[in-house]
Design a protein around this ligand. Sequence first.
Ligand code: MG
Length: 244
Amino acid sequence: MARLDGYAAVLFDLDGVITSTARQHFAAWKEMFDDFLDMCAERNGEPFIPFGDDDYHRHVDGMPRYDGVRRFLAERGMTLEEGGPDDPPDAETVHGLGNRKNELVNDIIRRDGVEVYDGSLALLHQVRDQGIKTAVVSSSRNCQTILRAAGITDLFDVRVDGVVAAELGLPGKPAPDTFLAAAERLGVPPQRSVVVEDALSGVEAGRNGGFGLVIGVNRVGQGEALRDHGADVVVTDLAELLSS
Ligand SMILES: [Mg+2]
């Protein structure tokens, strides 16, 4: 079993690690891309190939919104104009599609609420009781809203999310920069920090940053892929990391 008590900091991803919002993100990406792909297929007289689980895990999950749009479109051999962050959600641009996805995910989260995994909550309390520092490191610009909705803002010493990354000009996962910035803000070297991630791009960021331990959280049966992308240890629930 992986032991965390020798480390000085644990850096947690949010969606899919602390909260069950990864499912809601997938649903929003799928609705947005399927509408777009269906429209393109009809326009070009080509078959409609929907956005699937594999597309999500390989090209979108864990990444900043617009990077996800670009990467998935490139995978399908499609390119769109960039546009800008203020593009309306119906604009046929990278930013327009990203904004549409954001609108959808906010609707879904408002409707469903935010669920915190019990095992994650227990681990957060335990590591903090042990004097280990905690950070939340998320690509999401909605991170703060989700933390507040879940009532868990106080369980993190530092937050590096999509808003902070944009302010600092940090590249998103799989680049390690957001995790490195969190460790630095906590005053802990990467070798003494643990990264906890459920996305392939996220464990890759952990490996790229030279962190002491990278833990992959396997919520959807992709344990082997998590290991291939850089997880030292794979768990299905963070309760497995609790020390007795
Ligand atoms: Mg995640």
